[in-house]
Design a protein around this ligand. Structure first.
Ligand code: GRF
Length: 203
């Protein structure tokens, strides 16, 4: 399975995927890291790891349709089978998402369906939840709403601020995302319509 990782920033989840995919028995190969921000720190980290990188600056495109078309063309040129979003901060057009239906996953820093969107750690503290975490889900046109592949929970501790909570969650993100990618790329999990179907040994 040929995988592209889409990033916009530091790329710590990207690094965890690249490292996991180095294992000989990992069912996916990271063939491309693509960023909508040329200055994203993660691009340099990917290049250091010997992965092909590319920047497609969204500011060079007049609208979402033309940016998404350029992105789609690059992914297809690289013969990508599966797309992993890892801190990719652009909203896609429905047409782009439909073209990758069942073949695009995202990691989100909350226990979905709670706290879609940004500022998830501050909002979790504001809401007073005692458990927080992260979710890997299939991407659908509605933001952070797709069928769930895997989740990990962390406790909220007295005295947490958004940064301390984020630090606890990201540790789990780095564990969860490679595990979820292995399930999807290994065919243990798949999307059928709007439901996720798990193999007996993956559930
Ligand atoms: C992660 O918390 C991810 O879940 C969220 O943005 C952050 C990206 O961090 N969507 P990184 O770029 O992977 O370090």
């Amino acid at each position: 399975t040929r995988v592209a990782i889409l990033i916009s920033g530091r790329g710590s989840n990207m690094v965890s995927l690249i490292e996991a995919a180095r294992a000989p028995d990992f069912p996916a190969e990271i063939v491309l890291v693509l960023s909508n921000r040329p200055e994203a720190a993660g691009l340099a980290r990917a290049a250091e790891a010997g992965i092909a990188t590319q920047a497609i600056d969204h500011r060079a495109y007049p609208d979402r349709d033309s940016f998404d078309a350029a992105l789609d063309a690059e992914l297809r040129a690289a013969k990508v089978d599966l797309v992993c979003l890892a801190g990719f901060m652009r909203i896609f057009t429905p047409g782009f998402v439909e073209g990758w239906a069942g073949r695009m996953i995202n990691i989100h820093p909350s226990l979905l369906p709670l706290f879609k969107g940004t500022q998830t750690h501050a909002r979790a503290l504001e809401a007073g939840v005692r458990l927080h975490g992260c979710t890997v889900h299939y991407v659908v046109p509605e933001l952070d709403a797709g069928p769930i592949v895997a989740q990990a929970a962390v406790p909220v501790r007295a005295g947490d601020d958004p940064d301390s909570l984020a630090d606890r969650v990201i540790v789990q993100e780095h564990r969860l995302y490679p595990a979820a990618l292995a399930l999807v790329a290994g065919g243990k999990v798949r999307l059928e319509g709007d439901r996720v179907v798990f193999d007996a040994d993956a559930a």
